[in-house]
Design a protein around this ligand. Sequence first.
Ligand code: IUR
Length: 447
Amino acid sequence: MLSIPDLIKKKRDGAKLSEGDIKAFVEALTSGSIQDCQTGAMLMAIWQRGMDTRETATLTKEMMLSGEVMSWPREWAGLLVDKHSTGGVGDKVSLVLAPALAACACKVPMISGRGLAHTGGTLDKLESIPGFSVHQSAQQVRAILSSVGCCIVGQTETLVPADRILYATRDITGTVDSLPLITASIISKKGAESLTALVLDVKFGRAALFKDLRDAKELARLLVNAGNELGMRTGAVLSRMDGVIGRSVGNVLEVIEALDVLKTGGRPDLMELVATLGGLLLAMTGLAADQSEGRRKISQAVSGGAALLKFQAMMEAQGVAKETARALCSAHTDYFTILRKAKHQLDLSASHDGVLMDVDGLVLAEVVHKLGAGRSKAGQPVNHSVGAELLLSLGQKITKGTPWLRVHYEEPAPSPDQIERLQSALVLGSVADWKKQSLVQEVMLPV
Ligand code: IUR
């Protein structure tokens, strides 16, 4: 067996690592026998030289096996599903999709993350609901899946410890943006959930991790391959991430929007993503004959109210008081009697007439993040009430002086420079230029 320095040199010099090499590296990580500087050097060698499909699949599997792999009752075989998104602006898809899938008979042990860079995190959104606990043990997850069918939780201590070490080291060694390392990190955690089917929402565009469709497609291909290698039916959706998904950005505001969607339906872009991702999962598990039947089933679960009931039951199972959960899900709720409202609101108005062509989601996300909706260091608290709401839809006519954006803020207040940036995010054009564009660019099926 090669020593750690020899393994590093092997990768540095461009050779392929064998299964035994990768196993030895991950074992050294988990046992603590490797030094931090060696981990950093190996990550940089991988960043520089890359990994082929086989090496990536092996790294993914060995990372998955570095900790607990969840097990489920035999009668749930074929029903376990989850989705992962590479990070969006206003991305509240999970809040609608998890209960919709549960309403379609799936078991959804959704393990989500916190905000990363300018993008929001599902766990932060849910924690804006009083009492909601994202910390659930494997045993509690099983109990919630048994009674409700879905839960949304944080990663437990015992799941994929190798990723915790590698991710923290990548963050401080300039090696986050490596396709094989991203792939192994994401898929090892999903593999440890012992899923039947997994769908990946791989985003591209101005406000996405990858700006370019070609790069996003390459990541999607690697993710789909690694997931299928682990025995999960894995598909991907390539979706455009230039603006805002739905109408709001910020934790409380996104929970309110998700609840509104579950009660009365939502903006078409958000519903399109929910139905496409959910439809693909139902088709992959065989709970629907094909994707279009799957889409229909998901849409019905939302429009018929079954998904709302699942969301209510999930909140209760994860610590929200019964009366609070019921009030949030009732038809005429004043949300702000339960959820925290920011002390101040500021409406921004259009400076001239036109048609709302586009909104720069990256600018909105960055400003709202600075106002406290996101964190600049791990562990920092976020201000759940801070955010922004689009008051108009794309393609809508707007006249000079009409409010288009409501900013919810506390301390700090938006500076003149930030207000100017927000105003620059509004793109107006003429009716002739307006063309509706679908968020979903392409669906990639299991290999
Ligand atoms: N999310 C993950 O789970 N892993 C990664 O490497 C990235 C996002 I980037």
